[in-house]
Ligand binder design. Structure first.
Ligand SMILES: Cc1cc2nc3c(=O)[nH]c(=O)nc-3n(C[C@H](O)[C@H](O)[C@H](O)COP(=O)(O)O)c2cc1C
Length: 247
């Protein structure tokens, strides 16, 4: 055990922050940490937008499904997949990069890059004693988010990251059994249902304890109920409209 691993294992999403802005130094160390993440072929296919303007944050909170902590936090970052930069580079260098940057592969590269950067940012923030919550809710309406943040073609806002001083701590949420997630040598489904059933028991009693008995649902119930409904089905068109994943 060391302090890095302690920070990682102590993670829980924080949804209530003190009204205290992050300092410029904190913001910069968080962004530098994001930038230190590995990046596919050195492509650095992401951008991060910091939002502090109260009105803008209010609007983002509404767009994200009225999540108050999008407005009330120490700083709000938006992580974007970004190949606008690479179109620009193509022009600078007089090369046709368009078929490549419109491919599914480069779409995946940009998503992976942005996600790795965001997780580094999150860990850096948590290591400073700050709390974080990712906000996928901004994908409810990317046209509006795009207008608000002046997003060009070849850029996709993927998720927000609310960071700040925790006002209320939450409990740590138990994860799937390690053996269900970690396979050796090959994908293994030997004890699949058994593992899910035992995890269900853990989660059901976790919710029971946390809600004073009001909630006792299992993880597989929660997932099936969520996945039964389709959500954000406009995404394919939006992504292609932003000139990603076209071929
Ligand atoms: C990409 C992404 C988007 C998320 N979006 C939201 C969100 O919009 N609102 C929210 O309250 N939590 C959001 N979360 C947090 C998850 O709900 C949370 O990580 C999960 O329930 C596990 O809980 P924990 O982080 O406390 O361990 C998001 C997490 C990720 C990784």
């Amino acid at each position: 055990m060391n302090t890095v691993i302690e920070t990682i294992l102590n993670h829980r999403s924080i949804r209530s922050f003190e009204d205290k802005p992050l300092t410029r130094e904190q913001i910069e160390i968080i962004v530098e940490s994001a930038q230190a993440a590995s990046t596919s072929s050195y492509i650095q296919a992401y951008s991060i937008i910091g939002v502090t303007d109260r009105e803008k944050k209010k609007k983002l909170a509404e767009l994200a499904g009225n999540q108050s902590y999008v407005e009330e936090n120490g700083h709000f970052f938006v992580f974007c997949a970004d190949l606008f930069r690479h179109e620009y580079i193509g022009k600078m260098e007089g090369k046709d990069v368009i078929p490549s940057i419109e491919s599914t592969e480069k779409f995946m590269v940009a998503l992976i890059d942005a996600s790795l950067a965001a997780q580094n940012a999150s860990l850096a923030a948590e290591s400073l004693g700050l709390g974080i919550c990712y906000i996928g809710g901004i994908r409810n309406n990317l046209d509006e988010v795009g207008k608000l943040l002046n997003i060009p073609e070849r850029v996709i806002p993927l998720f927000g990251l609310a960071v700040g001083y925790p006002k209320k701590m939450t409990d740590k949420k138990p994860r799937l059994p390690l053996s269900h997630v970690y396979h050796e040598e090959q994908y293994n489904t030997d004890h699949y249902e058994e593992e899910l059933t035992s995890y269900n028991k853990v989660i059901s009693s976790y919710y029971k304890e946390r809600t004073g008995g009001k909630r006792t649902d299992t993880w597989t119930e929660q997932m099936a109920n969520m996945l039964e409904k389709q959500s954000r089905m406009y995404m394919k068109n939006y992504v292609e409209g932003q000139k990603f994943n076209k071929q």
